[in-house]
Design a binder for this molecule. Structure first.
Ligand code: ZN
Ligand code: ZN
Ligand code: FE
Length: 752
């Protein structure tokens, strides 16, 4: 008989909710090993016993052959005394409160096997909208606590029928320990109600009636994976107009859901990486270049792009196959409010927007919105991380800190021995409902990560909601400068720990001198930064108003440069009274903050070019500069931005050249391209002086693809290593991760 040995394995990484235990079981059985495996709150513990060769084979293969979404990050192996036995068992989870290393999986779109069954009339789950398996289905939106087991998910109220139970318990089955496993006999049920919540139909009939309602031009609220969506016929101008009026959303683009990639190709240009993203299990909204003709412009007025997703759950697959045409699929909320998740709450809050509701009885544990991505430099750039993307873990070892992010595009992060775990997009904290949602998640998310925070990190902006919240938590508060956090987030994402040149360009961030920053060059490490250069500040008459109305940012710019408004195209943007009032405001410094923000510079340029005087939604003017620059045929020599002794980068020559060019009737697209080229040249110029090998690009301005691509290409051509956020959003959605990094580096200084 071969001498036996026994090993204890602690496996850390993404090993729960991905079919990892069934895989471990199959592997052990194949190698004739005895032992057991069990989920713990820190991952998976496995004991194996058998011959040396079989044990070594197991150790080798368990790292490499796991199921598609699993990720083994670390295995600690300890030798144990031989115990004997022949069988390999899967044990119930331990209920211990471990370090919380176990990773929670994001919600994933149905896999090909489940889709096959969904549309197979002979299958017992034919047309069942809650079909799933160990490789797909809801995860983050249903988990209540760790370890991830059915009784700690919102599926705990559904008792499995004998057939489902059989699959769940059979190690060879692809639904073995699939926690949300369900079927028409025992699982959640669809229901269609009228606007007041009165039941009209159940099951398949509910889906049919919902489809008919959409076909006849009604707006229906659909309970999706992580919250309610509003669905409406995207081909109908009248319906879209009604939806815009009811949602108080006059111009901001709506996302679309299309039945299949073929339909997407009919309406948009689709590159191979874009097609991969659309069809990936994460199933995000992908920003695509639209083809002319076809769908109404009102979906995204004046916008050359469309945000498109494919069906992201079995329910959406059924609905979209039945409809066969593109629909608007937008968050079920009033503009500015967070997503509805609860049936009664949705019927209450969406009254007056939705004509009917397609709901079900599987509760949603937390709101998870649709994610938004685009492709830049051939790879993915995440603009909003939520369904399919959250939670996101950046590996590492950190002390336990809760980071609150910013007030715009708020998202939380929690650090701990597992690294930094980033929560889902919450939204802008202007609305009271959004603040409430943040408060809930401040409790929920650390608990879900198994962390008791010992400090809270936040933005030092005195007006931010999160800053007030942090100081009321009874924990040491670690303020982290806004733009430093942007750089640190990128350092953690790329696992870099050295001093870098950070180029952070965004709309608004509170500076250490109390002014608004946003055109920053920092020498930064994970713990500290030094501001080495920045855009020359200019006044924003009326403060917030200048953000909503780029014409005021332009006015501030001209005032600062001593250029008279008369004789520029901006003169037409104001009445005589408005001009007089604004000039008084600037002159006396009344409600006129100064800013070095590149975001505001983009706004001002948009207004000077006559593209947009008033924003209908955040970032609109800057987007239009990007779009119009995209029409310019070739890269041109940029305007130049000289650098003053004090590190101030002077935009004035650019503005003067721009006005000259306008006067000479140079096409606006060329001028816009000049402007963007000047900005990327500026990065190169500073990079050459500072001679840091690594240059980090961050902040919302780098969502601008031409700017990002030009800058990266320029830096690479001169031997620098440019880094930019990809899995984290470059905008304030990535702020919390950076706050957690900096706060961790300074943790000791802040403990009592
Ligand atoms: Zn599946
Ligand atoms: Zn069942
Ligand atoms: Fe920012």
């Amino acid at each position: 008989m071969i001498p036996r040995q026994r090993h204890h394995l602690e496996i850390v990484g993404r090993v729960q909710g991905v079919g990892f235990r069934p895989f471990v079981h199959r592997l052990a059985v194949e190698l004739r090993l005895a032992g057991h495996a069990r989920n713990t709150s820190s991952g998976l513990v496995v004991e194996i016993e058998g011959g040396a060769e079989a044990c070594a084979g197991f150790l080798h293969r368990v790292r490499r052959e796991g199921p598609p979404h699993a990720e083994v990050r670390d295995i600690t192996v300890t030798r144990l005394a031989v115990q004997g036995g022949d069988d390999f068992h899967l044990l119930a989870s331990s209920d211990g409160t471990g370090a919380g290393n176990a990773e929670i999986m994001p919600d994933l779109a149905p896999c090909s096997d489940c889709l096959g069954e969904l549309f197979d009339p002979a299958n017992r789950r034919h047309a069942y909208p809650f079909i799933n398996c160990t490789r797909c289905g809801p995860r983050f939106s249903i988990v209540l606590a760790l370890p991830y087991d059915r009784e700690r998910t919102t599926m705990r109220g559904f008792v499995m029928c004998p057939e489902c139970r059989g699959e769940y318990e059979a190690p060879g089955d692809r639904r073995f320990h699939a926690q949300p496993n369900a079927c028409p006999q025992c699982g959640p049920r669809l229901e269609f109600t009228d606007a007041a919540g009165s039941r009209l139909a159940l099951g398949g009939e509910a889906l049919e009636q919902a489809a008919r309602a959409v076909e006849s031009g009604h707006i229906i609220a659909v309970k999706g994976v992580g919250g309610f969506q509003l669905i409406a016929d995207a081909r109908s101008v009248g319906t879209i107009r009604t939806l815009r009026a009811r949602k108080h959303r006059p111009a901001k683009p709506f996302a679309l859901m299309m039945p299949d990639p073929g339909t997407v190709r009919g309406h948009c240009d689709l590159s191979p990486p874009e097609e991969d993203l659309l069809g990936s299990p994460r199933s995000p909204i992908v920003i695509l270049r639209r083809k002319s003709g076809g769908l109404p412009d009102l979906i995204a007025p004046g916008n050359p792009t469309l945000g498109v997703m494919l069906p992201s759950s079995p329910l959406h697959h059924l609905l979209m196959r039945r409809l066969g045409f593109p629909v608007i699929a937008t968050s079920g909320n009033l503009s500015g409010e967070p997503l509805c998740t609860d049936n009664d709450e949705a019927i209450q809050r969406l009254r007056g927007i939705a004509d009917a509701f397609l709901i079900h009885d599987r509760p949603i544990a937390r709101p998870v919105d649709d994610s938004v991505v685009r492709v830049a430099l051939g790879s993915e750039l995440v603009l909003r991380g939520a369904r399919g993307y959250a939670p996101l873990t950046l590996p590492g070892r950190y002390p336990p800190v809760l980071a609150l992010g910013g007030d715009q595009k708020c998202a939380l992060a929690v650090s701990g021995p597992f690294g930094i775990r980033c929560g889902q997009h919450i939204g802008d904290l202007g609305a009271e409902t959004a603040q409430l949602s943040l408060l809930n998640q401040c409790r929920d998310f650390p608990a879900l990560c198994g962390i008791q925070p010992r400090a809270v990190a936040c933005d030092p902006h005195p007006g931010y909601h999160g800053t007030g919240l942090a100081s009321g938590m009874g924990l040491p508060v670690i303020p982290v400068q806004h733009h430093h956090a942007h750089v640190a987030a990128c350092l953690a994402e790329h696992d870099v720990d050295e001093e870098v040149l950070g180029v952070v360009w965004d709309g608004t961030g509170y500076g250490t001198d109390g002014t608004i920053w946003g055109g920053e060059f920092l020498l930064a490490t994970r713990s500290d930064f030094k501001r080495i250069a920045h855009l020359r500040p200019f006044p924003l008459p009326g403060g917030e108003r200048a953000i909503r109305e780029p014409r005021y940012a332009a006015l501030g710019l001209l005032y600062e440069a001593g250029i008279s408004v008369a004789g520029t195209p901006l003169a037409a943007a104001f009445t005589r009274e408005e001009l007089a009032v604004a000039h008084t405001q600037i002159g006396r410094g009344i409600n006129t903050p100064h800013t070095s923000s590149v975001g505001r510079l983009f706004d001002a340029v948009a207004a000077l070019l006559g593209l947009r005087w008033r924003n209908e939604f955040e970032g609109q003017a800057a987007m239009e500069v990007e779009f119009v620059a995209g029409k310019s045929p070739v890269p041109l020599n940029g305007y130049s931005i000289p650098r003053g002794e004090d590190g101030s980068l002077d935009w004035e020559p650019v503005i003067r050249s721009l006005l000259d060019d306008l006067g000479r009737s140079i096409p606006v697209s060329w001028i816009a391209k000049h402007f963007i080229t000047a900005l990327s040249d500026l990065v190169l110029d500073v990079a050459r002086r500072e001679e840091k090998a690594t240059v980090v690009l961050g902040g919302g301005c780098f969502q601008n693809v031409p700017l990002l691509e030009l800058t990266v290409a320029g830096l690479r051509a001169e031997g620098f290593t440019p880094l930019w956020p990809r899995r984290l959003p470059p905008n304030d959605g990535g702020l919390a991760a950076g706050q957690a990094v900096v706060a961790s580096a300074r943790f000791q200084d802040f403990l009592p």
